[in-house]
Ligand binder design. Structure first.
Ligand code: ZN
Length: 281
């Protein structure tokens, strides 16, 4: 087949997929059929919650905008691979952490990916990617990051569930999802570190991961205050490359092709005690 024809077909295919994505995002969440592998993508922050902010030469860069850009590209790539995708937000609006996880739970999503951007208090020479799975925050920097990302939780504390039975059930679900989440994190970090500094896979107490009933990870896809990381997200070509890497990793996870050797940075400090505090559920 002449290369022009291949290019044309590819372009049409991508166009069809983009249209499909628009239709899917327009559907109410309850309309999604459960036959396909369902990925819920959670673009971190939104609305009044900007997430990390970086200002330079009169321009303001916000984490909430960058996470949405990554999420949309990732959604398209996953749809191209034949999966169902739902975003917890597809516009600049505030969404409670509990509503994000409730959506994924209600839809019985197969995996939950929360997308975030890192930031550091001071100038950072080397950025990089790190992927988190759920645990109590033990490592100091992981704890600091979790505190930052969880700050918005204060607004939603009234919506937390209670009851001993739900606590026990929740604990069992969290235990069951621990290993799959780890495999998913290994797959994603394994792909993303090809283009970015590898800051490893870590464990921290992110409430948005604590609320989900399926394998879940939180990706810190670079630093907003690192120019290379920022440009990677703001440049369409490199952002799409990042989306393809994550989508491929999700596919690898789905087909059980995740790396067998995968280190968790703060694993020695990892011990799940089962003492889930009621307010954390
Ligand atoms: Zn964030």
């Amino acid at each position: 087949m002449p290369s022009e024809l291949i290019q044309l077909k590819t372009r049409f295919f991508r166009y069809e997929c983009a249209v499909l994505a628009m239709i899917l995002f327009a559907l109410p969440a309850h309309a999604v059929t459960k036959k396909k592998f369902l990925v819920v993508i959670d673009p971190g922050h939104g609305g009044v919650d900007t997430g990390a902010v970086f200002q330079e030469k009169g321009k303001t860069y916000t984490e909430k905008e960058m996470t949405l850009q990554i999420a949309r590209d990732l959604a398209r790539e996953l749809i191209i691979k034949g999966h169902n995708v739902i975003l917890t937000r597809n516009e600049d609006r505030s969404v409670l952490l509990s509503d994000r996880t409730a959506l994924a739970n209600r839809l019985k999503a197969d995996v939950f990916l929360s997308i975030h951007l890192n930031s550091s208090g001071e100038k950072i020479r080397h950025g990089g990617v790190e992927t988190f799975i759920l645990n109590r925050a033990t490592d100091e920097s992981s704890k600091r990051l979790a505190d930052l990302e969880n700050a918005v939780l204060k607004e939603s504390s009234a919506k937390q569930e209670s009851g001993d039975v739900s606590l026990i059930m929740k604990d069992m679900i969290l235990d069951a999802n621990l290993e799959p989440s780890r495999k998913l994190a290994c797959a994603v970090q394994g792909k993303m570190k090809a283009a970015m500094l590898d800051r490893g896979i870590k464990q921290a107490l992110f409430y948005v991961l604590l609320g989900t009933d399926m394998p879940s990870i939180l990706i810190e896809a670079g630093f907003v205050n690192n120019s290379a990381d920022r440009e990677r997200v703001l440049t369409t070509k490199s952002r799409i490359r990042m989306a393809v890497q994550i989508a491929t990793a999700v596919d690898d996870y789905r087909m059980k092709k995740t790396p067998t050797h995968c280190k968790i940075e703060n694993e020695n400090e990892f011990k799940r005690t089962g003492e889930m505090k009621r307010k954390q559920i």
